[in-house]
Ligand binder design. Structure first.
Ligand SMILES: Cc1cc2nc3c(=O)[nH]c(=O)nc-3n(C[C@H](O)[C@H](O)[C@H](O)COP(=O)(O)OP(=O)(O)OC[C@H]3O[C@@H](n4cnc5c(N)ncnc54)[C@H](O)[C@@H]3O)c2cc1C
Length: 475
């Protein structure tokens, strides 16, 4: 029996992803070393094992050890929403902030090709992309004047600075049909569910992507994704809920960011969990102890927690013991970044043109406002006509400027992480406005912990709104 410590890699160059998964799974019953177990396996034996244990007996976590890197090119940004809709996977995609789109870089979905709506659809996409190209030129002139070359700045740095000012604004014109590339790293357990979701989509492009992803995955994972099929049960749920949802009264109010739920005792509960972690008492007695402290002592405890924590240190897991639920209306560009925060629970409503669109102030300053508004209104009108025919497909032509409603819940630990990234000065102003407003709302209730967010408080969500937007909800 081996007794010395060994740490080594099972290389995907030598073993298939399924064999690696089975090698790890077998350590549960076998006293042998991992390389000994692997040496006894081949693809056929691994497939048999997976069929029996993972598929048959539901020991599904074994499949997490089989990891694939999938490259998806020229898929629509609407399809990317489903591709990236899995918490336990990793993604990197073409950015609307750092790249420009060519005029023809949009998807014509299978439902549209050859249909009576093709002309309207293609015409609308062409109009949006032409306006985007035109805006790139107009906004560049504006940006060069507004943000002149600094003495200490290199030409390259200035060009990059100008480019990001321009693309950050022009991206409002790009529709969800815009093509992008996305790299996905995913384990077989998540992938199986991801394929099921893709195959269940109401969009033909997404279903086709599901078939293609499954075919590619089967080359490496012949057993673990074999049974990934459409989820028939979703159709019934959607039908039942949609008819009720359509009947509900649409009173929505004017508050674009509403903190729906939080725990008034959230700060005390985190401190109680920390006492629990470092002590021996029951949670209830830890909580009672925290409640018996005066405010100054509680503040001291929180200060102690953050005293030696640097900007890039991760807060302790006990910050997860309080969370916040929000109902937020944000533009589609912001949502596209927001959805990447996998530690939140998020429910986004469909992308429509019903909640109006934002008008960035830069379009006004650059003399492009009228063209922009006209383009958005024509886009909204085309959306209406397409939605009457097929509301799912109509979402493809909705530009990033249009608003979307998102329900989400996040805990305080994720808020720390989210705000560090999204309140930073290099974050896009649309998502920065959302992040700042969330902090402002939460700070009213949990000021002690929020005082330790590494976020510069000199900028408010209202400041961002005034500086970057002329309107946030135009029709
Ligand atoms: C300046 C900037 C530029 C960006 N540019 C691009 C770009 O060009 N293209 C692009 O696709 N995206 C881009 N992003 C998005 C970025 O890659 C993240 O997807 C996004 O910010 C979500 O952050 P996160 O993954 O850290 O956090 P979350 O998903 O919110 O997760 C919170 C934390 O949980 C942990 N975690 C979650 N999932 C995993 C996991 N699978 N493995 C390990 N740890 C995990 C990490 O500690 C993470 O910080 C950019 C973001 C920023 C801030």
């Amino acid at each position: 029996m081996q007794t010395e410590r060994r740490i080594y890699r099972l290389s995907p160059d030598q073993l298939s992803a399924e064999t690696i998964a089975v090698t790890f799974a077998k350590t549960s019953r076998s006293p042998k070393t991992f390389d000994e177990i692997a040496a006894e396996l081949n693809d056929e034996k691994s497939a048999k094992f997976n069929e029996k244990w993972v598929v048959g007996y539901g020991h599904a976590s074994v499949a997490e050890h089989a990891v694939l890197h999938l490259a998806l090119e020229n898929v629509s940004r609407l399809a990317i929403e489903t591709i990236e809709g899995n918490r336990l996977a990793s993604y990197t995609e073409k950015s609307t902030r750092y790249q420009e789109w060519d005029n023809d870089a949009f998807i014509i979905p299978p439902e549209v090709k050859g249909s009576r709506k093709e002309k309207l659809y293609v015409g609308t996409c062409e109009m949006l992309f032409e306006a985007y190209q035109q805006a790139l030129g107009v906004l560049r002139t504006w940006a060069e004047k507004k943000h002149p070359h600094q003495e200490e700045e290199s030409d390259k740095a200035w060009q990059q600075r100008i480019c990001s000012k321009v693309t950050d604004v022009c991206r409002f014109l790009l529709p969800a049909a815009a093509m992008a590339n996305v790299g996905v790293t995913i384990n077989a357990r998540t992938l199986e569910y991801a394929i099921k979701k893709l195959l269940t989509s109401p969009l033909a492009e997404v279903r086709q992507i599901g078939e293609e992803v499954k075919a590619v995955a089967l080359q490496e994972l012949p057993t673990l994704v074999k049974y990934a099929n459409p989820m028939e049960y979703l159709g019934g749920i959607q039908a039942a809920y949609k008819s009720l949802a359509d009947r509900s009264l649409g009173a929505s109010g004017t508050n674009w960011c509403k903190l729906l739920a939080f725990d008034p005792e959230g700060e005390a509960k985190i401190l109680a969990a920390l006492l629990y972690r470092f002590g021996r008492n029951s949670y209830q007695s830890c909580y009672d102890q925290v409640i018996s402290l005066d405010t100054a002592s509680r503040v001291d405890l929180v200060d102690e927690l953050f005293k030696d924590t640097g900007e890039f240190d991760v807060p302790l897991r006990e910050l997860e013991y309080t969370s916040y639920v929000f109902d937020v209306i944000m533009d589609q560009g912001a949502y596209f970044e927001f959805k990447r925060h996998r530690m939140m629970s998020q429910t986004a409503q469909s992308l429509t043109a019903a909640l109006g669109f934002s008008l960035p102030r830069a379009f006004n300053e650059a003399g492009f406002e009228q063209t922009y508004i006209e383009t958005m209104r024509r886009g909204a009108e085309a959306y209406k006509q397409l939605a009457a025919w097929n509301p799912n497909v109509a979402a493809y032509i909705v530009p990033n400027a249009f608003n979307r409603r998102v329900l989400f819940e996040l805990n305080l630990r994720e808020l720390f992480h989210f705000s560090r990234l999204r309140c930073a000065s290099n974050a896009h102003f649309s998502i920065r406005r959302v992040a700042r407003r969330m902090i402002e709302d939460i700070r009213l209730h949990h000021p002690v912990f929020l005082s330790h967010l590494c976020v510069d408080c000199s900028e408010t969500s209202r400041d961002i709104e005034l500086e970057y937007f002329k309107e946030v909800s135009m029709y």
